[in-house]
Design a protein around this ligand. Sequence first.
Ligand SMILES: [Zn+2]
Length: 678
Amino acid sequence: MAVNPLLETYKTPHQTIPFNEIKTEHYFPAFGEAMKQHSLEVDAIISNPQAPTFENTIVALENTGKLLNKVSSPFYNLLSSETTDELQDIAEKISPLLTEHSNSISLNEKLFARIKVVYEQKDKLKLTPEQKMLLQNTYDAFADNGANLSEADKAIYRELSKELNMLTLQYGQNVLKETNKYSLLISDKKLLAGLPADFMDMLATNAKKAGKEGWLLNLKTTTYVPFMKYADNRDLRRELYIENLTRCMTGGEYDNREIVKKIANTRLEIANLLGRKSYADHVLKHRMAENKQHVYDLLDKLLAAYKPAAEKEYAEVQEYADNHGAYFKLQAWDWSYYSEKLKDEKYSVNDEMLKPYFELEHVKKGVFGLATRLYGIHFKKNAKIPVYNPEVDAYDVTDENGKFLAVLYTDFHPRDGKRAGAWMNDFKAQWMVGKTDSRPHITIVMNFTRPTSTKPALLTFDELTTFLHEFGHSLHGMLTKCTYESLSGTNVYRDFVELPSQVMENWGAEKEFLDGFAVHYLTGEKIPAELIQKIKASENFNIANFCLRQLSFGYLDMAWHTLEKPFDGDVINYEKEAMASTQILPVITNAGMSPTFSHIFSGGYAAGYYSYKWAEVLDADAFSVFSKNGIFDKKTADSFRKNILTKGGTEQPMVLYKRFRGQEPTIDALLKRNGITQ
Ligand SMILES: [Zn+2]
């Protein structure tokens, strides 16, 4: 058989992936071989005649499957950033095989029996905190999957899991189908007064695609959000708003109300089976928040702090509307529209004014330079490292003392075959082999404005923020220094993972930072201070209402997942009660969001919606230390690196955080940043 590079030792710099040698047809056989090896490695642990120990069972298991990771990481990275029909075909073919393979390990009773023996001796083993974490995670991965249940209960657990899978899938499909079902053809242009020209073009294209003349409205975010912002016609705004908020709850074939109940109740049953009172208890065990009381504490504190400000904002928008011919109390479908107009009037700052100062090459220097200033690390392009597309750059990243730290790949612009959005990932994680530190290969992928024949790539302020965000994740990945792969880098609890990324965004609004690189690409003039001021002020516009909206989703999520008895009431009434304390705008009866709240009913955010706010509180609180000591203060940066960025998930996040901060986070810094307090 011909050589399959995925199965060979890489001879590239730092053993980076030889993209130039790997062909699409190499993946499928490599997956097969890697799964086979992985199974053999696991079998060797199970059939070890010696009594189970931390080393021969927990560490041994941690070290299995390296080849499988080696094959899957380029594959799944390319599937997102450089996909082809062939890759997608392989993904479809391989996905059930991978599930079956991972089940054969996670449901292996003999393997769990050995893990359990070690787990039960955990207090006598004198483990380091990192080892304790590894043991706990390994045990929980099995126990949370029903490994401790009796045979009868295991069967119930499997039934419930299957049921839950089916329900969440159906829920998601219903949302999609119901959203796609609605469209409204407008043939009288006058009805669309207020809409920007390029948005009108998009609506006309929508219509053409549907074989119609005119402008076609629908409920997809790309249409709905701008329409609510700009359309002068109040009746149409109202119609779209009501259509949007009554999706999947009007009794049609895609009605999700019964499914919402079933999902909540099935999750409760699963949690009960695993010995938890509620599904939130089950989820929060592996979160920084730890329990529902801490989540409610956060939501309640934020609510008390932001509600008065939100009422003031509402009054201000109402006043503006009154002065501009609105003779009615503002309703939900008026909010975005009048807010946008008022915002325009108060802060005339837009993308076009800022873009000339954010040329990509300058921004790169600024962002990399920030890491050099804070952490003493250096970036040097290495053309010898193979890349998967000529647009991708690879850098050698070295520490203050010149020691190799990581490889960083950057991939900035949209292409066919790249999915939307921005993300950080690794091509290879970090781990220790004995005393040898095997360093990571990290990638950041974006979809930034391309250069044109006459202009270099000029970023919007949002794109700058996104760059800082993903770069923050990459620092977490690059600076990590852990023993075990499954705990290194960004392998941390979900409500902690956004701290290193979001904290970096804070620099984006600091004059001291921007002055270092944000110069006009034609004139070389520094970005004016008043523009920075305006950016900050406009970011806080109606911030309290935005916060209350996030809180309302957080409360709703918790209401569905802290149930301790099966729910059999009215879904919409229950929702209204859960969200009541957060409402500023008049409540619309007979409309609700539980039937279309995909984040929590078909995404991964069940009992986790709060984490958006949790992460904001953390990043503001962490940045306040930099603000106090100086945003380039080396000592503060050292402490952040030592206590957070190197540590991955090796200890409880709150323990790590307190070592950096000296105390638990408070909401004070966020309130200040948002202009709620002075
Ligand atoms: Zn992120």
